[in-house]
Design a binder for this molecule. Structure first.
Ligand code: MN
Ligand code: MN
Ligand code: MN
Length: 374
């Protein structure tokens, strides 16, 4: 690229980004546009859904509907990244499109009334392919699982921290793109990191988290690395979660935790159902050890890192504020998780049945298309 002119003759490269059929694979492709000042300028596009586990070869076309726009930190200004919803035949969303529920729940009116605010802590492991072509965490001795993880959390030094260049380049890419990133830190398991997005209102936060995941994989690609979002890649070591910090009007204006406790108790009521929707293989992570709660039993408490919902000391002291749902897995869909939490605590459970049904439909289709044990 070095000797190629940067003169784009007034044209803009727009990279359309969407979620594929596994519910976690991100895809993207680019096109030239002459105007991209706002999402309204961006045309609907399409792709071959039979190559993303989302359609049959006989009727393979899936539509890309632009919903949010970011600056492209790789190609630079004026080029854009365009987050899209996917739908089949103009009006039917694809089974994995859960943004459609978030869009309804986080309507202008609901946001104004309840002021739902979120901050999500996205954990992940950086991996690199070994000689056999298998993914293996960056910096680990090939084929050998570390026996301790004492010095890695927020650590320094070549023995303890692997992939800082990637985590840091991702941080800068998020800022340049306009993703609302809050911070980063090295995590407990060697080669594990975390980035946080927020504090932001629901729908925008979900969009930012997905774009943050996309940028992370694009940055890792530049280093020949990959990002592992599995919640428990290795037995005996810390898994990866997506702690979801949350407040709303009632919890922020609460006195002596009365309303906040009511909200947490509504979350308890839904515990078994939500656990089905908080990420795949989360039961392997939530084992009650390694700073996690139990998959089967709901528990809440102040400062308790083995609780399902943790109440920060500051919230307890003030009698109001935010609380943390520690259950969501690193591979969860924020459109699902934020919708469920908001609905259970502020909207009398609106759309929860529909999200549940749609999730089962999505899982069934995914397993059919990708095969068992994908
Ligand atoms: Mn954290
Ligand atoms: Mn963490
Ligand atoms: Mn946390």
């Amino acid at each position: 690229m070095l000797n190629i002119s940067n003169d784009q003759n007034g044209k803009i490269i727009c990279e359309y980004v969407w979620i594929g059929g596994s519910g976690l694979d991100l895809r993207s492709k680019a096109r030239t546009l002459t105007k991209a000042d706002s999402v309204a300028d961006l045309p609907i596009w399409n792709y071959d859904g039979s190559s993303t586990w989302q359609a049959d070869t006989s009727s393979s076309e899936i539509e890309l509907v632009p919903v949010a726009m970011y600056d492209d930190p790789f190609r630079g200004k004026p080029n854009k990244l365009v987050l899209c919803e996917t739908r089949v035949n103009s009006n039917k969303p694809t089974p994995g499109n859960f943004r459609r529920f978030a869009r309804q729940l986080f309507s202008e009116e609901n946001v104004k009334t309840h002021n739902p605010l979120f901050g999500i802590e996205q954990e992940y492991i950086i991996s690199k392919r070994n000689k056999e072509g298998d993914d293996w965490p960056l910096g680990w001795v090939d084929g050998k699982k570390p026996t301790e993880q004492a010095y890695h959390y927020c650590g320094v030094g070549g023995k303890n921290v692997h992939g800082r260049e990637i985590a840091d380049a991702h941080y800068k890419a998020c800022l340049a793109a306009g993703v609302g990133i809050y911070g980063i830190n090295a995590e407990v398991c060697p080669s594990q990191w975390e980035f946080q997005v927020g504090t932001t209102s629901g729908l925008q936060l979900c969009d930012d988290l997905w774009m943050g995941r996309y940028l992370l994989q694009r940055v890792a690609e530049l280093f020949g690395c990959d990002i592992n979002f599995h919640p428990k890649p290795f037995e005996g070591l810390n898994g990866s979660g997506a702690h979801t910090n949350y407040s709303n009007k009632k919890s922020s204006e609460d006195k002596d935790m009365v309303e906040t406790t009511k909200q947490i108790e509504s979350l308890e009521k839904y515990h078994k159902r939500f656990m089905q929707l908080y990420g795949e293989d989360n039961n392997k992570r939530l084992v009650g050890a390694f700073e996690t709660s139990s998959y089967d039993k709901f528990k809440y408490g102040v400062m308790d890192r083995s609780a399902s919902i943790r109440i920060p000391q500051t919230t307890k002291d003030k009698g109001n504020g935010y609380y943390e749902d520690r259950r969501p897995a690193s591979n969860m869909d924020p459109y699902v998780v934020c919708s469920l939490i908001f609905s259970a605590t502020c909207l009398d459970g609106a759309l929860i049945d529909d999200i549940e049904e749609s999730y089962r439909e999505f899982q069934k289709r995914r397993d059919e298309k990708m095969g068992k044990g994908h």
